[in-house]
Design a protein around this ligand. Structure first.
Ligand code: ACO
Length: 324
């Protein structure tokens, strides 16, 4: 059996930094509150005149510098995002034009923060099917485009970024080993962007009622995120007859350090094995997990077993096991 292995990583975060001090100047919050409740120190913000596709282009170019393939050899490009450049064409399609890719099966996936794990599983299946040789999976979001920067219940949490992985087939017993991906829509009123789609198309009314901004019930999301990630990780470990002690690195969705610590504690994983970068990027939605892999590329060694887990709007959630 051929496995789908991650053979290269690339990432991009914009240079603009939004600090806790800046947020405290424009809304009723403080560095102390944000650090204590979220662990976030700063986030990266993309320039207003650029879109998600511009970050994807940077991340893919960064990946191609390290990969042993050229642009022409990309057979499939999957972009997980909730903040596409526009409703159509897809961000993946726009990226093909910007990178000069002429014939690629490219499309977007939206599963909010869970988008990357959903896309990774799909990309791995395409490689395992032997129909696609070089599949690039990207997680990318320009969350600043949907943030009300004066709303302290959301402005402190989110940032912009993109990261990409190259999946190639391998005869080694390594790669994307197994996943459990779930979702049910039952929490859709607790975390969403209502406006701009077919239900509430842009109008003066949607603008005035702020429907184009992300909104959430933080406490409900917080509770569900911990419960769902713990359960799905336990189920995935059990399904593979593994224990948490077998895991070399735990890579959770980076939304809030308190959520990460609570999940780690319930699963019984040592703090040293938990990879985090939420402190510097905030929650970049679909980009958090690949950005974390990219940041810790030098730390993760061949043969290491990684447990990835995520939770996002919908709700959607999941977990994936990767042998590096
Ligand atoms: N600064 C100062 N005070 C604040 C702020 C702020 N930014 N936000 C809320 N408060 C106040 C509240 O008004 C409340 O005051 P009160 O006690 O007088 O009523 C108090 O602080 C506590 O508020 P809570 O909402 O209970 O604070 P909590 O500890 O739950 O932290 C937070 C809020 C950080 C939003 C947390 O609930 C959280 O991280 N939730 C999950 C968010 C998340 O992960 N979302 C993304 C999911 S992934 C995706 O798909 C996008």
């Amino acid at each position: 059996r051929l496995n789908a292995k991650i053979t290269a990583l690339g990432g991009y975060v914009p240079p603009g930094i939004r600090t806790n001090a800046w947020l405290s100047d424009i809304s009723d919050t403080s560095d102390e509150w944000i650090l204590k409740r979220t662990g976030i120190r700063e986030r990266r913000i993309l320039a207003n005149d650029l879109g998600t596709s511009d970050m994807v282009v940077e991340a893919v170019q960064n990946l191609l510098m390290k990969a042993e393939i050229t642009v022409e050899e990309i057979a499939c490009l999957i972009v997980a995002t909730s903040t596409p450049d526009m409703p159509m064409p897809s961000t993946a399609n726009i990226v093909c034009r910007k990178l000069g890719i002429k014939q690629t099966f490219g499309f977007d996936i939206n599963a909010a923060c869970s988008g990357f794990l959903y896309a990774l599983s799909l990309g791995a299946s395409l490689v395992e099917s032997c129909r696609y040789k070089n599949v690039i999976v990207v997680g990318a979001d320009k969350m600043s485009s949907v943030l009300n920067k004066y709303d302290r219940t959301t402005n402190i949490l989110f940032g912009d970024g993109a990261a990409a992985v190259l999946l190639q087939s391998s005869t080694e017993k390594a790669g994307v080993m197994d996943s459990i991906l779930e979702g049910n829509g039952e929490g859709m009123e607790f975390l969403n962007i209502e406006g701009g789609g077919s239900r509430y198309p842009a109008s003066m009314e949607t603008l005035l009622s702020k429907k184009h901004f992300i909104k959430q019930e933080g406490r409900v999301v917080f509770r569900n995120a911990i419960a769902k990630m713990v359960k799905v990780c336990r189920n995935l470990l059990e399904q593979n007859q593994l224990s948490i002690k077998d895991i070399s690195w735990f890579v959770p969705h980076q939304a809030n350090l308190r959520i990460i610590e609570a999940v780690g504690k319930e699963l019984g994983i040592e703090n040293e094995k938990i990879l985090t970068n939420v402190q510097y990027y905030g929650n970049t939605t679909a980009a958090t997990i690949p950005l974390c892999l990219w940041d810790y590329e030098a730390t993760i060694k061949k043969g290491d077993l990684l447990l990835l887990t995520t939770f996002g709007a919908g709700f959607t959630w999941g977990a994936t096991l990767i042998k590096w």
